[in-house]
Write a protein of this length. Structure first.
Length: 115
């Protein structure tokens, strides 16, 4: 089973940047996709960026060009670099992975973007 722990959230002004990190541990033998989602009280959890089973990065349209996703195989982490943040992107950001039909979620990290 895979365990995921997020870090790097915080408070930033609109237009600022944050880098989130997801530390991955446990049985990664069958790990396929891994990436980041976000959720607010008003909106259901939504995809932000993700590595597919083929290793290609996938971005939701609203973040393309501002966010980037990185794998650090040495640290066993997946980082989300977020630039030019907007207040509407205030949310809890979750790391997610799947190994076949088995899904794992971290506990999330709060990102607050002030206007």
């Amino acid at each position: 089973q895979v365990q995921l722990v997020e870090s790097g959230g915080g408070l930033v002004q609109a237009g600022g940047s944050l880098r989130l990190s997801c530390e991955v541990s446990g049985d990664m033998t069958n790990l396929e996709g891994i990436g980041w989602y976000r959720q607010t009280p008003q909106r259901s959890r939504e995809l932000v960026a993700r590595f597919s089973i083929l290793g290609d990065p996938i971005f939701v349209d609203v973040v393309r060009g501002r966010f980037d996703i990185f794998k650090d195989n040495h640290k066993n982490s997946v980082d989300l670099q977020m630039d030019n943040l907007e207040p509407e992107e205030t949310a809890v950001y979750f790391c997610n992975s799947n190994s076949g039909v088995l899904y794992a979620w971290g506990r999330g990290t709060q990102v607050t973007v002030s206007s």
